[in-house]
Write a protein that binds this ligand. Structure first.
Ligand code: IMP
Ligand code: MG
Length: 186
């Protein structure tokens, strides 16, 4: 870990035990996914990229700048975590996009697929809105969700079974600003 990474990592009060994915690795992968999404849809059909707040905000902002075609961006706010590091199992939808999504290709952008509870709540909601297609784009996937309604078509990285922070992901709202993804000291 570089000095800068270490100093940044201390800002939340804990320390980061190791860097899983560096800023450079993430940037490279995001560019690849952006290029794939650019090619995946006919240019004359409408594309809406929907990010789940707050965790996906940095991934989403980098990703949309790597998508080279007309598109709209909006957000959903789903909250499944309190201040701890394990899922509460309950997902509350705090904000739903007012934009019309009917007839559009929707890419749902999630920061991390853990238990799958969040996606399993959002997927039926979106499918019920008369959209043209639905795909999932996740930055990280822990591969422990047993009954995921739909697997991500685009995935940044496989994630080890640890609590990770940075690049939008938080622990009790801290560490979202870290430019890399790391593992926190317990
Ligand atoms: P799921 O509903 O259990 O799949 O969890 C999804 C949400 O929980 C993600 O969008 C994250 O906001 C949060 N989450 C799950 N695992 C982690 C983690 O390791 N670090 C930070 N947030 C996480
Ligand atoms: Mg989230």
């Amino acid at each position: 870990m570089s000095d800068t990474e270490l100093n940044l990592a201390r800002t939340g009060g804990h320390s980061v035990s190791r860097v899983l994915f560096s800023a450079e690795q993430i940037a490279q992968r995001v560019r690849e996914i952006g290029a794939e999404i650019t090619e995946a849809y006919p240019r004359d059909e409408e594309l809406l990229v929907l990010g789940t707040l707050k965790g996906s905000f940095i991934f989403l902002s980098d990703l949309v700048r790597s998508i080279n075609r007309p598109m709209e961006v909006d957000f959903l706010v789903a909250s499944s975590y309190g201040s701890g590091t394990t899922s509460s199992g309950q997902v509350n939808l705090l904000y739903e996009t007012p934009a019309s999504i009917e007839g559009k290709h929707v890419v749902l952008v999630e920061d991390i697929v853990d238990s799958g509870t969040t996606l399993n709540r959002l997927i039926p909601l979106l499918r019920g809105r008369n959209i043209k297609s639905l795909e999932i784009c996740a930055l990280l996937h822990k591969h422990i969700a047993t009954d995921l309604a739909q697997e991500p078509r685009w995935l940044g990285f496989d994630c080890p079974l640890e609590f990770v922070i940075g690049y939008g992901l938080d622990h009790s709202e801290f560490y979202r600003n870290l430019p890399f993804i790391g593992v926190i000291d317990p």
